[in-house]
Design a protein around this ligand. Sequence first.
Ligand SMILES: Nc1nc2c(c(=O)[nH]1)N[C@H]1C(S)=C(S)[C@@H](COP(=O)(O)OP(=O)(O)OC[C@H]3O[C@@H](n4cnc5c(N)ncnc54)[C@H](O)[C@@H]3O)O[C@H]1N2
Ligand code: MOO
Length: 409
Amino acid sequence: MTGVTSPPLSLEEAQRRLMWLAPQLPVEHRATAECAGFYLAHPISAHRAQPAAPLSAMDGYALRAADLPGPWTVVGESAAGHPFAGTVEAGQAVRISTGAILPAGADMVLLQEDAGRQHDTVTLTGTPPDPTGRHIRPAGMDFADGAPLLPAGLRLGAAQIALAIAGGHQYLRVRRPVNLTVIDSGDELGRPGQPLAPHQIPASNGPMLAAMAATMPVKITRIGPVPDDLPSLATALEAAHGADIVVTSGGASVGDHDLVRPALEAAGATIDFWRVAIKPGKPLLVARRNRPNNATQVILGLPGNPASAFVTGFLFLLPLLRAALGAESPLPRTIPARLAHGMPAGGSRTEFLRAHWDGASVSLDPLQDSGALSPLARANALVVRAARAPAVPAGTDVPVYLLETGGIA
Ligand SMILES: Nc1nc2c(c(=O)[nH]1)N[C@H]1C(S)=C(S)[C@@H](COP(=O)(O)OP(=O)(O)OC[C@H]3O[C@@H](n4cnc5c(N)ncnc54)[C@H](O)[C@@H]3O)O[C@H]1N2
Ligand code: MOO
């Protein structure tokens, strides 16, 4: 373990260690349409070609380019789902609609806008006609039968689900949802709906962390607020025994009432590391303990200050959940963004400054106190300021995590 006297870890080292600890959840078959937000456990290939036969991309007439400039006799129709059964012969045309199979014998589609029709006769009106093949989607244009479709570790969003379905996959192999327990702890925390005395505040970290995790396939159990005493924390940790991952907030620092670390040790957990050189979020604690089924439970002790809990939730909890779900790239990624104003020099820790990005430039919130929630609620970005970074002028590109996308590019 990184002990109480050890210096805080760097962000990179702490994230590396945590990713290594991520539980490997069992793989299950899940209906593809129910897989949004899951990560593919195995690569998939196409079980069919798309399209399976050449299709028209436009409404018009299927005919033979050699017969240009026409006229043609319409001998039938090919509609989407209703192919033309015959073959297009010299001088013949088949009425065709978008998505319909190009009939045998035809090698071009004359656009409806470039054609005149009188009874069964079609004439060319457009000049010049579009090149042969222009409005035809060849068989296998999107993917050939057997072609690789999606790699393992990829997050399944709307387009990936559509592609898997089109490729003939009714079921996909993904890791099962994570069982996550979220614990609020602190004597000052009121219960939801309870009238609050001035020494009390509503427990907002638990709902916030649950909302962050709820963007992923996670089954969430919430416990607390738990009082700051060892027996109460022991009861809460016992209740959380079945979870894959436990996240606490508060009680992670060095005060007399910061009991998460001793409570974890009393519950038989091994502390992997404590404290990371980041601001906010320094007192982050990572531990693990064995579960009855021999799997390992990972426990994240996040600092109690709301901005600290959010930033460590973003930098550690969400990546841990992604890694457990089988993500190929679980860590968030920054993009460069132009500063709207100058930024002072950094301190001894890497900082994550609440900021707003308007699509052109990024502005830091004037209130950066880690106890404040309003700047967090206004922010859609975190600006990263490296430890001991020099002051920089307006217009400088700085690394930024975009919060709306979870920092996943
Ligand atoms: N002497 C030192 N004091 C502190 C240090 C230090 O190194 N030396 N570190 C500071 C830093 S940095 C942080 S961050 C905080 C973290 O403290 P804890 O994790 O022990 O959190 P608490 O003291 O329990 O609470 C801090 C703050 O957050 C509020 N809180 C806690 N839980 C919740 C919740 N579920 N919902 C909403 N708000 C919550 C709590 O009321 C406090 O205001 O320690 C510094 N101190
Ligand atoms: O590191 Mo603490 O999280 O600043 O307030």
